[in-house]
Design a protein around this ligand. Structure first.
Ligand code: NI
Length: 216
């Protein structure tokens, strides 16, 4: 329903399990160095407007370190996704999660599979739009703090890229899962969600979202 509050955007992401970093990238080479919380670029910074470069080799230590720091940063900021340009690194690397709490209620087990994703690292991603109409939803962005915007995007996609271990990840996605992946990959091409909005009057402060609540 257009304009209705989609509370999935407001639910905090559950904290990642303690062993998340090791699960994604293997044991830390040097446990003395903690993962760092990185500074997030905000709308207007040129790093958010440029086309990011492909990652030549995901397995080099610099990229593993970047992934660990981005996960730490995303969790600290309570985000659902983060793209490397948002932490001032213009490389084609995103992280995201689509927890079950954000999936549409009433889905079958089969359907839920496409709607949810664990914490995922996607390097050099490519998106293919599959069948189905575009779907509207409220989006937020750590680079556009305090705001929400109503954005229409394809509701069913396939994406492909490399994981932190260099292995191919290929999945289909729907719902919030499809939305968060498209939002993050847009960052790699210098696009923020306000640039995807058809009706800029639906760019609002998140504190005012109640005015868009469905009747009853
Ligand atoms: Ni964003």
């Amino acid at each position: 329903m257009e304009g209705a509050v989609d509370i999935r955007w407001f639910l905090p992401c559950p904290p990642a399990p303690i062993n998340t970093f090791e699960a994604l990238t293997g044991p830390r080479a040097d446990p003395i160095f903690q993962d760092m919380i990185l500074k997030i670029a905000r709308m207007g910074h040129p790093v958010l407007s440029q086309i990011a470069a492909p990652v030549p080799d995901p397995r080099v230590p610099e990229i593993q370190r970047l992934i660990n720091d981005m996960v730490e940063t995303m969790i600290d900021a309570n985000g659902a996704g983060l793209a490397a340009p948002q932490v001032h690194v213009p490389l084609r690397l995103v992280i995201f999660q689509a927890p079950g709490e954000r999936a549409d209620p009433g889905l079958s087990e089969d359907e839920r599979f496409d709607h949810t994703a664990p914490l995922t690292v996607l390097i050099n991603p490519e998106i293919t739009v599959l069948d189905g109409p575009a779907e509207g939803g409220w989006e937020g962005c750590l680079s556009v703090p305090g705001l929400r915007g109503w954005v229409e995007r394809p509701a069913h996609i396939r994406y492909r890229g490399l994981g932190a271990d260099g292995q191919v990840i290929e999945r289909t996605a729907r719902g919030f899962h499809a939305r968060v992946v498209q939002h993050e990959v847009d960052h790699l091409d210098g696009r923020l969600y306000p640039g995807r909005m058809a009706d800029i009057s639906k760019l609002i402060f998140e504190s005012e979202i109640r005015h868009f609540a469905p009747a009853g």
